[in-house]
Design a protein around this ligand. Structure first.
Ligand code: MG
Length: 162
């Protein structure tokens, strides 16, 4: 009836790229490097949904060697992943997530991210959680060389038609 999934993603932060997190563009001196728009949070959520149904990972479904996904808006990848789990007869119950980065501050943008993710995944706003932490200046995230996102999702099987 219920399936749980977890996802984690990492991207480098570099100058000359836009910073997309949670489906929105955040003004910042650096952006995430990747084949797509490199939205670390949406990628972690996609992986969590795929993991819940043992459907592999985002790299299998949307390979970074495929030119079709070059520069792609990760909201499209999230929508495609969501439609995959719907086709398998599941819907989402809730999403919890944590971003790990030194800068920028996530809090001013978190509600917009939550609204964006909730709209794509057909969830009420109070079923989409986005938390953020720093690493207290330690490691690659602390040096602002990269960022991390972790996500957990719960899926529920649709009721069988009587
Ligand atoms: Mg990624």
């Amino acid at each position: 009836m219920y399936r749980i999934g977890s996802g984690i993603d990492f991207h480098q932060l570099v100058e000359g790229r836009d910073l997309w997190i949670g489906g929105i563009k955040i003004p910042h001196a650096k952006g995430a490097l990747g084949h797509s728009d490199a939205d670390v949070l949406l990628h972690a959520i996609c992986d969590a949904m795929l993991g819940a149904l043992a459907l592999g990972d985002i790299g299998m479904h949307f390979p970074d060697t495929d030119p079709a996904f070059k520069g792609i808006d990760s909201k499209i990848l999230l929508a495609k992943t969501f439609s995959l789990i719907r086709k398998k007869g599941y819907s989402l119950v809730n999403i919890d997530s944590t971003l790990c980065l030194e800068a920028p501050k996530i809090k001013p943008h978190a509600d917009k991210m939550r609204e964006t993710i909730a709209a794509i995944t057909e969830l009420p706003l109070d079923a989409v959680s986005i938390k953020a932490t720093t690493t207290e200046k330690m490691g690659f995230a602390g040096r602002e060389e990269g960022l991390v996102a972790m996500a957990t999702v719960l899926l529920k099987k649709d009721m069988e038609a009587a």
